[in-house]
Design a protein around this ligand. Sequence first.
Ligand code: UTP
Length: 472
Amino acid sequence: MHMSLPPNADLPTLRNHLAQYSQSHLVQFWEQLSAQEQDRLRKQLAEIDFEQLAQLVAGKDDEVDFAALAARSTPPPSVDARGEGADWTVEQALAKGREALSQGQVAAVIVAGGQGTRLGFDKPKGMFPIGPLSERTLFQIFADRLLAIGDAFGVSIPLYLMTSPATHDETVAYWEENQWLGMSPDDVRVFCQGTMPAVDARSGRVLLADKDQIALSPDGHGGTVAALKKSGCLADAQRRGVRYLSYGQVDNPLVYLCDPGLIGHHIAADSEMTTQVVRKRYPTEKVGNVVLADGKVQIIEYSDLPEEAAHQKDDDGQLKLWAGSIAVHVCDVDFFQRMSDQADALPFHRANKKVPYIDEHGDQVSPEQPNAIKFERFIFDLLPAAKNAFVVEGLPEDVFAPVKNADGAPADTPELARQAMVEQARRQLEEAGIEVAEGVQVEINPRFALDAEALRSKLAGTKRIERDTYFQ
Ligand code: UTP
């Protein structure tokens, strides 16, 4: 595939290789480094595919005419939140999802890499205490859900948890110190995503973060596919007889991981990748738009969607491009395997970012303006390649409470996510016939009750809840 450096390359070999790609400056400080530092740099250099990088730097992103693409886009094949739009009923889908779960055919993938810059939390995002009363971390919320679902279906659900170099060690230590949050250590595999070098936007030269260190950044959530394979997780899933991966992001505590309904629709549609969406609240909402264009389900980013196209209406006066992505997917293991075998299955996107670096004198520079290009892959770029890709509408209050920004920001804050969790618990209690006094906070651990039905039997005799309660 790529002409990489051997991990033990000597200086002349390094110089020779780097010179071919005009990247000789990367060993500029070599003589000043200790043997250990040289080793570190050598390893990082060996990981870089300079040929591929040169192509990415030279090539422009495909020039897509988004106005034309949006104009010929139609709503994707989907089932809406009332269960309409598919050739099967919600009950039929549920039955299929439950069967797959009870046969141990489902595993969970949570992506918890990235850098979490906006939240301003100094630990991995998954360690953020989000439980409104329990202060459970995001990781704990997901572990509890998987344990509850496993119990309900008489299986144990494997979890493949993706980290980045910035979050890996702390994440592993956290799970270890907390006895794997109640899960069996055999069922949790923490694997690290890949990285890409950041390059100077003007010269295309790879930036040095330090004299012995390349400026590397995570390769995007699309890196999941390659990292699942490289880490052996894909093979592990196959060994266990897992056929479906339920995928979610760690920063949305409302992701219903391993939702039998979503999995069931995926199976009923004979789809290789199914994505959950919410109905956009207004035309230019900042979410990816899931559309059907040129026979393929694909996503048009909000930033690429022309205003006019965003406002298009259908015959009923509803938004034509209504489906907003929330990054919750179900994918076939076989599909991931196929995609991971194709090196170029997922394109790289470029983003202009501020990346601190050291200059040719070895001085630290902290740029005030974007100076660098980072390369990232997006998981949703798999959609066009998937057979029968399918879309399932969820209600935002049930499935979407992203934790992106620090409290005080207008949207996507921990405070709003906690509110959403409390409101969801309140609705579940009310559905179970239990009143919740106004202003009272409630939180339900899925291990206490997974749904309203279970709540009803657990809380038989309770009519009204008068004070803040965590049902654990
Ligand atoms: P975001 O795009 O919100 O990025 O990731 P982020 O790194 O968490 O936060 P900011 O943008 O720096 O503030 C969405 C989800 O995808 C995961 C994140 O962990 C988050 O759950 N992700 C993102 C990865 O796992 N790897 C990546 O390279 C990027």
